[in-house]
Design a protein around this ligand. Sequence first.
Ligand code: SF4
Length: 489
Amino acid sequence: MSPGREDGPEFDHPTEKCGVVGVSLAERDAAFPTYYALYALQHRGQESAGIVTHDGFQQHQHVEMGLVGDAFDESDIEELVGSAGIGHVRYPTAGSVDKSCAQPFSVSFKGGALGLSHNGNLVNADEIRDDLASSGHAFTSDGDTEVIAHDLARNLLDEDLVAAVETTMHRVHGSYSLTIMHDDTVLGVRDPLGNRPLVLGELDDGYVLASESAAIDTLGGELVRDVRPGELVVLHEDGEGYDSHQLVEAENTANCFFEYVYFARPDSVIDDELVYEVRRELGRQLWAENGVDTDVVMPVPDSGRAFASGYAEAGQNDGATVEFAEGLMKNRYVGRTFIMPTQEAREQAVRLKLNPIKSTVEGRTVTVIDDSIVRGTTSSQLVDLLYEAGAEEVHVRIGAPPISAPCYMGIDMATRDELIAADKTASEIADEIGADSLSYLSLDAVTTAIGRSQADLCAGCVTGEYPYDIPGEATDREIERPAEAPADD
Ligand code: SF4
């Protein structure tokens, strides 16, 4: 974070990095549906937005910094002709914060035109980049998406589309959900552990791939299913269907549990579970493990809302008198970042975003619920705010385990040094933020609420045990890393 600037309304939360879309239609241009789907995925990335289409003869591209609504005007979209398209919203993970890393990445080569949108983070991108550069590939960005695109382009010179994707999947290591366009064929690929989400949907006149099902709903389509880990889905150019190829099988998956907790929209469905319902169940589990019967329970808006309603419901079912109420109002018009010239102003930043409703808080004992604490800065300001509004006690409950380690899979979690839970217990953190008590949810309760075994989830940021082989981290799962030597050398 640069001096004098603060993150936006959801600051002190982990930041999702990207959303991807792929659309193949019978006759209509794909650009407008892709644009609307990107709007539905705006929460997954706000730095840049882009669409690449193909009209059967050539690619058309518009990629711009900024929010979806700012990056395109009507004429930009009308110029994106063709019934095949892919789109991307980005918050940078690997690579710089400038247009050279904005996506979709597109390239024309001897084997046709290629476009690629990536959500995730490769852990062996540098090795592959060095190898490709030494065999003559020129890179225009420092992002890992271009590495995948070059590797795939090279394979496409010798192999058909499915075999080329398979070769690339055996070479790249890390987290990726991709939408790819080779000429006018749109593909979706999910890494063998399925770390980041990707779903397939059906429209009246075609098919769509997207990071979340909410994007399919926005287009009036039907969710078909999640793309499986290690699967390639190829949409037919005529919009009439799709082919599935299971290219890599892995014993376990490593779905990011934070998608359920925070990243995904509550109205999205992941693996047949509505995210909103999972969050309510996390709230119920939170009551079961660490409920405290205060006068009122309130969410940190908007991230804590579903948790707080589940928590209050479970408490009331247990005979507690805790009342669910909105006690904090959010200023919806605070942008993603805003200028805070002095330290004092920065310390007051939360006031710009949240204002307590005095009548809910004054003279009452309060529980405030959120999904995570990253650095702890917002939490202490929030607790202060509630005391100033007249709260008698402030208890904090968090609907996930403490974040104590970084993420290498495409989420901005802050560094270990910055993470408040990296070296402090819950009661030490409660003291630091000035709360009467603080409790987190256990990982067991999270896996119960999600309905998955821990062996099939990534929880690296809370356990320090990663599903990929991370250089410098000692506690990776027993995962075989792909061969580093290129297959054709
Ligand atoms: S480390 Fe945490 S945020 Fe990153 S993929 Fe794993 S669960 Fe998700």
